[in-house]
Design a protein around this ligand. Sequence first.
Ligand code: RFL
Ligand code: PHB
Length: 391
Amino acid sequence: MRTRVGIVGAGPAGLLLSLLLAEHGIDSVIVETRSRAAIEETIRAGVLEHGTVETLRQYGVGDRALAEGARHDGIELRFGGQGHRIDFANLVGRSVWLYPQHDVLKDLIAARLAAGADIRFECGDVALRDVTSDRPVIAFTEADGTAVELECDVVAGCDGSAGISRHTIPDAARTDYFRTYPFGWFGVLVEAPPSAPELIYAHSERGFALVSTRTPTVQRLYFQCDPDEDAAAWSDDRIWAELQARVAGDGFSLAEGPIFQRGVIPMRSYVCEPMRYGRLFLAGDAAHTVPPTGAKGLNLAVADVLVLARALDSYYATGSTALLDSYSDVASRRVWRAQHFSWWMTSMLHTDPAGSAFDVRRQLGELESVTGSTAGSTYLAEAYTGWPVEF
Ligand code: RFL
Ligand code: PHB
């Protein structure tokens, strides 16, 4: 089999890339290990930057996000038992959208299949070969056991943080930048009305908590926990008591209800550089991971793909490899800004288990500076709602 761009992974990065390439008349094939149902059911991100929603709208897959998602014009930072609003709309004239990642994926998959895109779900033994030649190959086994060799001009590694693409780059040709945090997030989905009109990022002496939302009847809540915590060992009462304790003050409390999904998420920062090796280009979580405190992961994947699609379009239109050659440098500049923002939000709001009383007081000083100054709040608002994509 042959295609121009072979895409590994049908996550937000891979699906959006195939859509953008199709707009430019460039054919692609997506090779994915999971089933369509599994992809459409996995609960992950909730916050879409202004520019991400604009991109979805521009390419015809934003209708449902705009109709069923909710625009949020700010967030609350909660500390010392009091809420402090960061007013995005007033500070930077931009907003974010609450629309779940699995709905973005449903919209992208439906649009791509309706347009006749070639997406191979449930593939096995996916391997990349000859990526430094001008005929790289994606080898895989189809769901029915057929072995396939897909010959491409270019391979896009969009297979997320547990994928194989980046491991195809020899150790000597890449640098891994890595940080693991000494805590994780205990995430729950609950059947309850929203407790607040906007997201709440709460600092407390018991650790961080995040109050997010999915629909008028389903809420998404997280609290900082030990990375090895056993989610199944917690009773619903204990979860609610912990969450309530972390957001208490000011007469505020959470609306409670049945907990129907739970899990513990590790917190890491990771970057692989360069994001390119020969004719293999990495995009999204395959090249970088951020801790979720800044709500940046999916949005960064979208930004990578915008840069990569433009570079591929230029290559096919003119034969010039200039934009492909600068892809890694251009994309990683935004990645490092987002790494800093995500690390900063994480360290400002979480309790370091090895930290001291000094660290807690320093965090409170920092939160006062951010919420008490237009300059401080404006940086947070700019970064959270998303910087313009630079090409
Ligand atoms: P994905 O989504 O992981 O998709 C990769 C796809 O590749 C497939 N795959 C393979 N396919 C073929 N061969 C192989 N060998 C393969 N190995 C894997 C996988 O099955 C999968 O379908 O990567 P992508 O496209 O780069 O997208 C990245 C985002 O999914 C991720 O950054 C976000 O979910 C991060 N994130 C958030 N990002 C935001 O922008 N805003 C948020 O509010 C936000 N909240 C979150 C988050 C991530 C979370 N978790 C669970 C890590 C909240 C959470 C809890
Ligand atoms: C979510 O709703 O899942 C969510 C919201 C904000 C974050 C991370 C996750 O920073």
